[in-house]
Write a protein that binds this ligand. Sequence first.
Ligand code: HEC
Length: 180
Amino acid sequence: MVRSLIAAICLAFALPAFAQVPATGQAPVAPKGIKLPPQTKPPSNRWLEDADSDADRFRKLEIYLRGFDQPMLEVGQRYLALYDAIKDRNWGLADYQWDKVKLTINGGLMKRPARTRNAESIFLDVAWPAMDKAIKSKDEARIREQFGAVRETCMECHEKEKVPFMNESPLFRTTAGFPR
Ligand code: HEC
């Protein structure tokens, strides 16, 4: 009670400071760390509208939307959420996460089509439907076993796509088995 009162008072004093970000007094510049298309207008918060052409706008979006890494980050999170859902025997959530994994990988392939062959032959056409069927069966033993197979295929694709170091990580260590 006292703690939350103190927190509320602190917030009340801090808020006005957040409400208005003080101007730095420096002119905005394009970042050096990114190859943006050159543009006539000086950089501003209207980062898309400011571009010289739609082609440049699309290029900016392509840069911003990244390649395969961001979808994979999401796949990693959902894979872990699937693992937890299986531990909780929450088949509805498991099914939800599994659908999103497929959607996310396909979205990544749209951006990085060179990865499609391995993604489909190793994962989407084989491991994905097998896990989907297992989840829908609600057979716990089958689901747990299939999860192990999924884990293997994630790691196999990392080997084939030349990022084997992804497999030496807590994500794949902690999901190596289920508690009894
Ligand atoms: C096409 C084969 C392929 C499949 C299938 C695949 N991955 Fe990946 N994964 C990659 C590649 C390639 C990268 C590195 C991306 C990059 O360099 O931009 C990666 C990166 C990752 C990363 C690191 C993301 C980051 O930037 O921090 C995680 C986590 C990950 N994958 C988890 C998984 C999991 C979990 C599965 C299975 C459910 C899976 N991956 C299936 C190819 C694959």
